[in-house]
Design a protein around this ligand. Structure first.
Ligand code: T1G
Length: 698
């Protein structure tokens, strides 16, 4: 096996090269190698040590896979102290990303040079922890308290030019990191530069830490790591010595390491990287995409077209009339102008896209040469079938035919063509150029390379792409429909939409379900309810019509200014609509229900249990391949709090037996809704968790 740290002696300089692909994470072998390298350089009488990374990056951080396992010597904080204490001049040459423990090692070296393309940062808070190898003590000493607080609490990656201004690095130079590092180290030796341990620099300046703490806590919506990190930086300013500050950092670090939030966030990190790893995609080449078609230029179609155009894919957008095509163009223009304003798109590229990459059409013939078409027309099976029959006639052989339906049966849609193997669901979330989730819905006859093409498109559009099977609502909307139903039941029984929204935002959701419904448009849920009633509801299912009455009165949520909430132009968010509670009270009276009190805790418990139970059915039926696919879907498409890891990670952390007990208890009042998922029962019987299933599948 190659050494994780390679040692090379060039004149007076000992060069330590990290060789631990893919990201030179600071696992135990790398730490041992660095320690041995420093000791050898000192023993051999070198004058300086240069540390850099082979491959794509300097150290991208501690090895996250070691978290939660017994620690192995040397620990990173001790290693950093040892590097800094070396009597030799120690220099880092940074390329790629110096993140977390990587930046902490760099800060323990005496000088830092970086390539212009390099980025540095302390992203630990995103993993539910804080920098634990001196980052909270050393960074404020070189960059000042304010800049350090910003970097540590946001975890943002800082570009080399900014890092230079902040004093995090000392020099920017272009070239190969080995050469750049050697040149810089030689210059330092020639100029007689002396060692420069950051720990010996004066303590950083005081700020109003309590105010910063409160602000960061509020912004974190219940996430504790950024606020806790503020206290660690405070210790850098207020401790009597550097070592005392380090001790405080360690205590706070260990507290966070033991937290469920850390477990949730680390799960999210690996889960979002695992969703694209499917055995069925191994070795399968996706079809080439040079140009795509989008049918329908409403909010969804225009969003999908925008996402494709931003990724460099030319788009033919089909609308039914010149007026509709014109309106669609306006939506895309508005989306792209937003990207220009945010600095994500240059003016020149904007002009290029509008000038030649986007083509508007009103006849199907324009789609004869595209490699993939995404249909985003009205959510109606008959219309979709007509569209696909037409595509079957027009599109060239091998073109992928995709539907953006959010509920409808892709098998039935595929059957409207003579090439069901080319048909797939590509379920985007609105606004499609912003939301990160893409569900790739695989029908019975979808060809593997069409699935691979869906994933390749998702990758190109920078989406987190999840595989789903066919059922009503696929992974996300099926689970949504169940937890929404649970919320509706609680309303019938005595809770208010506003209490439910508040309880769930306090739990960490970006928005509560009723605010979400207002945002999405109440007409969408109304259409689904009408369809389901037309198909025939199970007589045991509880139903309610107060929400229909809102729609009948023309209140569709934000787009009409009124729904569960009333929205005033120019104001963010809304205030409770006073018409809602009387409608609910009338409904309760009609159904003969005497309302009861709900605690916020019960609301969350029931809502989450409904979500977990449906999610377990979705996994048990193979609609989602693994529990982690559900977790990622809810995290990226439904505002689930990332620090809770996703519903099934949350369930594991709560304990599955207790959840199943509750579900069985509630089944006594509503046996139809609270049917325990067979998979949940099985896991409890076997004493296993959802995460055990994830591990078995990887
Ligand atoms: N440990 C282990 N594996 C890691 C890793 C890490 N730190 N970072 C990445 N990987 C794996 C990843 O799972 C994937 O594996 C492969 O590398 C490529 O990653 C004491 C406590 C560096 C910007 O938070 O942000 O230091 O899926 O697909 O898009 O304070 O990875 O191929 O099997 O993401 O080019 C702090 C986390 C740790 C950085 C590269 N560091 N990594 O992005 O590739 S905590 C981080 C990233 C810490 C100290 C502490 C990104 C990246 P596989 P990728 P990428």
């Amino acid at each position: 096996m190659p050494e994780a740290i390679e040692y090379e002696r060039i004149g007076d300089i000992a060069v330590l090269a990290a060789n631990n692909p893919p990201v030179n994470a600071l696992g135990v072998d790398v730490r041992r190698g660095l320690l041995a390298g420093i000791e050898r350089a000192e023993a051999e009488g070198a004058r300086a040590v240069l540390i850099y990374g082979k491959g794509r990056t300097y150290f991208a951080g501690a090895d996250i896979r070691e978290f939660g396992k017994p620690p192995q010597d040397p620990w990173l904080p001790e290693l950093c102290a040892r590097i800094e204490a070396s009597p030799l001049l120690v220099v880092s040459s940074i390329h790629g990303t110096a993140l977390g423990g990587g930046l902490e090692v760099a800060l323990a070296t005496h000088y830092r040079v970086a390539l212009p393309s390099a980025r540095v940062g302390l992203p630990e808070v995103h993993l539910g922890i804080l920098p634990g190898a001196g980052g909270t003590q050393r960074l404020p000493r070189v960059a000042g308290t304010e800049a350090a607080l910003d970097m540590i609490t946001t975890g943002r990656h800082v570009r080399a030019d900014e890092a230079l201004v902040l004093g995090v690095i000392d020099e920017v130079a272009d070239g190969d990191p080995h050469e750049v590092g050697l040149n810089y180290t030689r210059e330092l030796l020639e100029s007689g530069a002396s060692r420069r341990p950051v720990s010996e620099m004066p303590a950083p300046e005081q700020v109003n830490f309590d105010a910063v703490y409160d602000e960061v806590l509020r912004k974190g919506r219940g996430q504790i790591s950024p606020a806790t990190a503020v206290r660690a930086v405070q210790a850098a300013c207020e401790s009597e010595s550097f070592d005392a500050g380090m001790k405080r950092e360690r205590e706070l670090f260990m507290d966070l390491m033991a937290s469920d939030q850390r477990k949730g966030l680390i799960h999210a990190f690996f889960a979002e990287r695992a969703v694209g790893k499917l055995p069925e995609l191994q070795g399968v080449e996706p079809r080439m995409l040079h140009q795509i078609g989008v049918i329908g230029g409403g909010t969804m179609g225009a969003g999908i077209a925008t996402a494709a155009l931003l990724s460099g894919l030319p788009v033919v957008l089909l609308e039914m009339s010149p007026e509709a095509a014109h309106a669609a163009k306006g939506r895309i223009e508005a989306n792209l102008s937003g990207a220009v304003k945010r600095g994500k798109l240059s003016q020149a590229r904007y002009a290029e896209i509008m000038g030649s990459d986007l083509k508007l059409a009103t006849g199907y013939g324009a789609l004869s040469n595209v490699d993939l078409v995404i249909e985003a027309v009205f959510e109606d099976m008959d219309i979709k079938k007509q569209v696909f029959a037409k595509l079957d006639e027009i599109c060239k052989p091998g073109a992928v035919l995709a539907s953006n339906t959010s509920y409808l049966d892709i098998n039935e849609i595929a059957a409207a063509t003579k090439r069901p193997e080319d048909v797939i669901g590509l379920h985007f979330f609105s606004p499609a150029h912003v939301m990160k989730l893409l569900e790739v819905v695989v029908a019975d006859k979808t060809a593997p390379n069409v699935v691979a093409t869906g994933f390749a498109l998702g990758h190109r559009l920078k989406k987190v792409t999840v595989r789903a099977g066919v059922c009503d609502g696929f992974i996300g909307n099926r689970i949504l429909s169940t937890y929404r139903t649970c919320a509706d039941h609680m309303i019938l029984d005595g809770a208010s939409p506003f209490q439910i929204d508040k309880a769930l935002t306090d739990f960490g959701f970006a928005m509560g379900p009723f605010a979400v419904a207002d945002l999405a448009g109440l007409d969408i849920g109304w259409a689904v309810r009408k369809r389901k009633r037309a198909e025939g509801l199970d007589p045991r299912a509880r139903d309610s019509s107060y929400a229909d009455k809102l729609c009948e009165a023309g209140h569709f949520g934000q787009k009409t200014g009124k729904g569960y909430y009333v929205y005033e132009a120019g104001k963010r968010g809304g205030v409770p609509n006073p018409e809602v509670l009387p409608l609910i009270e009338a409904e309760r009276a009609e159904q003969g229900i005497s309302p009861r009190e709900f605690s916020d805790e019960e609301i969350v418990r029931r809502y989450m249990a409904a979500m977990v139970n449906e999610a377990a059915k979705v996994v048990g039926e193979g609609i989602a391949r693994r529990p982690l696919d559900v977790d990622v879907t809810l995290l990226y498409g439904y505002g689930f709090p990332r620090y809770r890891g996703g519903p099934l990670k949350w369930a594991d952390l709560q304990g599955l037996p207790g959840l199943l007990d509750d579900i069985r208890k509630w089944a006594a009042e509503d046996a139809y809704f609270w049917q325990p998922a067979p998979l949940l029962e099985q896991l409890v019987a076997e004493g296993r968790t959802f995460d055990d299933l994830n591990k078995e599948a990887s």
